[in-house]
Design a protein around this ligand. Structure first.
Ligand code: HEC
Length: 205
């Protein structure tokens, strides 16, 4: 009986290994038992096609195509880059409403990993997501605004980009909100408004 299981096990391994083999270099067409999606009816960029009368596979957008991201005058607004460097500053008006918008979007798109206050302790980290940085570290406080914008747009390392889900304004609003979160956890006493200084002194005589 023991041998029976062992032989079955070997048999399964052999069948799976042979059938799933993607092949090695050869001039003959491979025998594919699991072809997956290796061959599809599609055209690659710059290829020709007999489908269109002019023989080109790449097509211009059809007439009336709507551009869903407005072309912008200020390239910093859409790239985060000025010249060949990360830019500093937030190129939209930063009002209470901007911060509210940033908070709303941050809580939807970022907090699951980064945590509501940016400590890198979002719910996903309780399920073994490793490597989410805490925003309240000097090196992240020093990342230029433009680079934060870029990271939100295109991602970094293990993190995906959110450029396809968030408009340019929303991304800048999140940058502003991250700055507010960072200030909320790291502000010098002298930079506090008088009212807060008074409250602090009252609480810490
Ligand atoms: C699915 C989890 C997840 C989500 C959602 C997420 N992040 Fe991240 N984020 C990460 C991880 C993991 C890293 C570390 C990436 C690396 O360096 O490999 C990271 C890195 C970063 C960094 C770079 C810090 C550094 O070390 O340079 C910034 C800034 C950042 N995230 C901001 C955001 C913002 C803003 C959002 C929402 C728009 C967001 N993240 C959404 C997981 C996430």
């Amino acid at each position: 009986m023991r041998y029976f299981f062992f032989i079955c096990f070997l048999l399964v391994i052999t069948v799976v290994a042979t059938a799933g083999l993607r092949g090695s270099k050869s001039r003959k067409p491979p025998l594919e038992i699991f072809p997956d999606m290796v061959r599809q009816l599609k055209v690659k960029e710059q290829a020709s096609s007999i489908f269109f009368p002019d023989g080109r596979a790449s097509r211009m957008p059809v007439a009336g195509t709507v551009c869903w991201e407005e072309p912008v005058e200020n390239p910093y607004f859409s790239t985060g880059i000025i010249g060949d460097q990360w830019g500093e500053g937030i190129p939209i008006e930063v009002s209470v409403n901007t911060l509210k918008k940033g908070k709303e979007k941050f809580e939807i798109y970022c907090s699951a990993c980064h945590g509501l206050a940016g400590y890198g302790n979002g719910i996903a980290t309780h399920f073994n997501l490793l490597g989410v940085p805490n925003y309240h570290q000097d090196y992240i406080r020093q990342i230029p605004d433009g680079q934060l914008f870029y990271i939100i747009s295109y991602g970094q390392g293990m993190m995906l980009g959110y450029g396809s889900s968030l408009s340019l304004e929303e991304r800048w609003a999140i940058v502003a909100y991250i700055r507010a979160l960072q200030r909320s956890q790291n502000v010098l006493f002298d930079a506090l408004p008088d009212e807060k200084k008074r409250l602090f002194k009252e609480a810490n005589p």
